[in-house]
Design a protein around this ligand. Structure first.
Ligand code: ARG
Length: 504
C-alpha cells in the first residue's frame, strides 16, 4: 500500500493514510464546484474573526490576500484540488498555509469546523442552482404560453385513461403544464428559503467559546438569518431533501410532457412534428425520425428520483452530529441539478420549434364520439331529462352506432336512433351540438377549456410568472450585493485599512 503526505489534522497520527484510503475517501470531484464558494465563505469568516478581535488586522490582510490569489489561480486554472488533501476545505486552507505561512494561514480555521464550512459551501452553491432551475422553468412556461396564445381555440382530443374523453384546446393543454410548473416554482422558492440560512458559526456541533458574530457572516454571505441551532444544522440535510423532492416533481412533469411528445409524434397520432434540429435518425432505417430528446428526458427522470431516494436512505438512522455519510449528499444533488437544467433547456427549444398538426387534431377531436357528453348536456338543458337518464340514452345511441360500425356523423342514422327514444333533433342542430369547436367554446366554467377561459388563465399565469421572475431577481440581487460587500471589505483591508475602521 502506498503512503501519502501528512494531513492538516495529522497531529495525533503516527502513520500517513494509504493512497487507497485517500482514493476511497476524498471528495474532490464533487468539491470542485465549491471552490469559489469555499473561498467566499472563508473571506467572510476571516473578516468576522478580525472584526471581533479574534485575529489581528495583519492576520486578516495576509489571509485575504492569499484567498484572493487562490480565487485568481482557480479562475486561471492554476489552482486545482488535490485528492491527497481530502476535500475543498483542506485544499483551500493548505493553499493559504503554503503561501501565507502557518502563522497567518493557520489562523483561518479558528472558531470554524469543516462541518459548518461544508454546509456554507453547499448552501451558497445550492442558492445559485435553485435560481438557475427557476429560470429554466420560467423559460419552459414561456414556451407553453406561446403555444397557448396561438392555439386558444385549436381543438384537440382530451383524454382520460388515454381514451378519447372530451374535446379540449391545444392552448388549454399547454396552460395545464404552466399551471403545474407554477407549483414547482413555489416548491423551489420554499426550498430556497430553507437553504438561505447561515450555518457558519455552528462550528463542529456545539458553537464556540470565541466571541464570534454570526450576524456579520450572515450579511457578508447574503443569508436571510443565522441558522440558530448549532447541533441541528450540523446534523441536518433536510434542506437538500426538499430540493431533491422539488426537482423530482419537476422531472415527473417533464417526463409526462416527454411521454406525450413521444406518442403525439407517432404516425398513428400524427399531431406533432418535431423540428429536424431536435430529432434523430436511425443507423439502419433511412425513413426514421425519432423523438430522442423526449425519450432521454423521460429516461433521466429516474436519476433524479434516485438522488432523492439516495439521500433519504442516507439520512435514515444517522445519529445527531456530523457523520461522514453526509459527504455522499453532494454528487447526487449535483447530478440532479445538471439533469433538470439540461432537460428544461432542451424541452423549451423542442416545444418552441414543434409543428402542431391542427387539422389532424380537429379530425381526432371530432371522431370516436368525443362530443357525446355535449349531447347528454343538451338533452338535460332542452328536454328536461335528468342527467343520469340522458347519459343512458346517449350511451345507448353510441352502442347502437358502434354495433353498426357508424359514428355520430352518419347524421340520418343518429337522428333516427334518437327518435326511437322520443327525441327529435334536426340534423343541423345535431351538427352544432356535436361539433368539437363549439363544444370547447361553450365550456366556459371557471378553469374550463373555452378560449375565453384559456385566455384569462394565460393572463393570470403571466402575472404569476412576472412575480416569480421578480423574486428570482431579488434573490440574485441579494447574492450579488453580499458578494460585492465581501469584495469591498476585502479591497479596503488589502489597501491597508483596519477592519475596525471600515464601516460594516
Ligand atoms: N468532505 C466533507 C463532506 O463533504 C467535509 C466535512 C468533513 N468533516 C469532517 N469532520 N470530516 O461532508
Amino acid at each position: 500500500m502506498g503512503k501519502s503526505q501528512k494531513t492538516l489534522w495529522g497531529g495525533r497520527f503516527s502513520a500517513s493514510l494509504t493512497t487507497e484510503t485517500i482514493a476511497f475517501t476524498h471528495s474532490i470531484e464533487a468539491d470542485t464546484r465549491l471552490i469559489g464558494y469555499d473561498i467566499w465563505g472563508s473571506q467572510a469568516h476571516a473578516i468576522m474573526l478580525a472584526r471581533q478581535g479574534i485575529i489581528s488586522d495583519a492576520d486578516l490582510r495576509e489571509i485575504l490576500r492569499w484567498l484572493r490569489k487562490a480565487e485568481e489561480d482557480f479562475q486561471n486554472g492554476d489552482f486545482t484540488l488535490d485528492p491527497n488533501k481530502e476535500d475543498v476545505h483542506m485544499n483551500v486552507e493548505s493553499y493559504l498555509i503554503e503561501n501565507a505561512g502557518r502563522e497567518f494561514g493557520g489562523k483561518l480555521h479558528t472558531a470554524r469546523s469543516r462541518n459548518d464550512q461544508v454546509l456554507v459551501d453547499a448552501h451558497l452553491y445550492i442558492r445559485d442552482e435553485i435560481l438557475n432551475v427557476q429560470r429554466g422553468l420560467s423559460a419552459l412556461c414561456d414556451a407553453f404560453l406561446q403555444i397557448a396564445k396561438e392555439h386558444a381555440d385549436t381543438v384537440m382530443p382530451g383524454y382520460t385513461h388515454t381514451q378519447h374523453a372530451q374535446p379540449i384546446s391545444l392552448g388549454f393543454w399547454a396552460t395545464a403544464y404552466v399551471s403545474m410548473f407554477l407549483r414547482d416554482q413555489k416548491r423551489l422558492q420554499s426550498a430556497y428559503t430553507l437553504a438561505n440560512m447561515n450555518p457558519l458559526g455552528a462550528c463542529a456541533l456545539a458553537g464556540t467559546t470565541f466571541p464570534i458574530d454570526r450576524g456579520l457572516t450572515t450579511e457578508l454571505l447574503g443569508f436571510d438569518a443565522p441558522h440558530e441551532h448549532a447541533l441541528d444544522i450540523i446534523s441536518s440535510r433536510d434542506f437538500i431533501a426538499e430540493i431533491l423532492f422539488a426537482l423530482s416533481l419537476v422531472m415527473a412533469n417533464l417526463s409526462r410532457i416527454s411521454e406525450e411528445i413521444v406518442y403525439w409524434t407517432t404516425y398513428e397520432f400524427g399531431i406533432a412534428v418535431l423540428d429536424d434540429a431536435y430529432s434523430f435518425g436511425s443507423s439502419i432505417m433511412p425513413q426514421k425520425k425519432n423523438p430522442d430528446i423526449a425519450e432521454l428526458t423521460r429516461g433521466r427522470t429516474g436519476r433524479v428520483y434516485g438522488a432523492l431516494l439516495d439521500l433519504l436512505t442516507n439520512l435514515k438512522g444517522l445519529p445527531m452530529g456530523y457523520n461522514r455519510d453526509f459527504q455522499e449528499d453532494k454528487p447526487p444533488l449535483w447530478e440532479a441539478f445538471d439533469v433538470v437544467k439540461a432537460c428544461l433547456g432542451m424541452l423549451s427549444e423542442l416545444l418552441k420549434t414543434a409543428d402542431f398538426k391542427t387539422e389532424r387534431m380537429a379530425e381526432l377531436a371530432n371522431a370516436n364520439f368525443a362530443t357525446a357528453t355535449e349531447l347528454a348536456n343538451y338533452l338535460v338543458k332542452e328536454h328536461q331529462i335528468s342527467f343520469r337518464e340522458c347519459h343512458e340514452i346517449v350511451g345507448w345511441l353510441v352502442g347502437e352506432l358502434v354495433q353498426r360500425e357508424k359514428t355520430f356523423t352518419d347524421w340520418d342514422l343518429t337522428q333516427n336512433l334518437l327518435k326511437q327514444r322520443d327525441i327529435d333533433i334536426p340534423i343541423e342542430e345535431l351538427k352544432q351540438i356535436l361539433d368539437a369547436e363549439l363544444a370547447i367554446r361553450n365550456n366556459q366554467s371557471l378553469g374550463g377549456t373555452s378560449p375565453a377561459e384559456v385566455n384569462r388563465m394565460i393572463g393570470s399565469f403571466e402575472e404569476k410568472l412576472v412575480k416569480i421572475e421578480k423574486q428570482v431577481q431579488t434573490c440574485q440581487t441579494q447574492i450579488q450585493a453580499a458578494y460585492q460587500y465581501t469584495y469591498q471589505v476585502t479591497e479596503q483591508v488589502l489597501t491597508g485599512q483596519s477592519v475596525h475602521t471600515i464601516r460594516i
